[in-house]
Ligand binder design. Sequence first.
Ligand SMILES: C[S@@+](CC[C@H](N)C(=O)[O-])C[C@H]1O[C@@H](n2cnc3c(N)ncnc32)[C@H](O)[C@@H]1O
Length: 209
Amino acid sequence: MLFRFGCLFLSQWKDRRRRDEYRKRAKVEGYRSRAAYKLAQIDSKFKLIRKGDAVVDLCAAPGGWSQYASKKVGEKGRVIAVDKINIKPIEKVTNVCGDITAFDVILKTIEEVLKDEKVDVVLSDCSPSVSGEWSLDHARQIFLAETSLKIAKKILKLGGNFVVKVFQGDLLGEYITKIKRRFSFVKRLKPKASRKKSAEIYIIAKGFR
Ligand SMILES: C[S@@+](CC[C@H](N)C(=O)[O-])C[C@H]1O[C@@H](n2cnc3c(N)ncnc32)[C@H](O)[C@@H]1O
């Protein structure tokens, strides 16, 4: 019992230390959130974002993923960052303020910004406001992930890539089945920068068809 308690304490301590390290690193390297390192780790493993790509980043505030994506796509690429809360301007990133669950409205706005061009990558790192009641939070989060997939299906180029955060739970299996129907390659990953204790994982889907 004492041994188990000790192990739990040690793993929580390691988790917190790792979080603090990423937070410090983000400050030094000019990222707005340590979340940027989650995307960097996913991208380094799966090669999702290339120079010149057009990227839509859903649920993007405060903007760490958009900062990373903007560096990756370079001068010839573009990044559109969408969130229901205001995102402080990021150089070479277009901000769209809106609730993604107002699907028709947000899709129209994104399409107007894109001038009806399709994009290479859709990113989604959505978290609902958590209630503490697990099944409700899981359902709300999967709803945001579902909405992100619906948007991705409308704006991705054939062959495009999609990365989405999901909270693990009983609705996840069905959600992954839906992704598999439209992408030729689907994997899951828990990046090192994600807290071990958190229920979040990321689904990486490539080859939109
Ligand atoms: C974990 S944060 C995203 C962090 C971001 N990837 C970064 O690197 O800075 C989750 C975001 O989801 C956004 N969000 C939650 N529900 C939303 C909705 N219905 N529409 C748009 N954004 C939403 C929140 O406002 C919050 O900014």
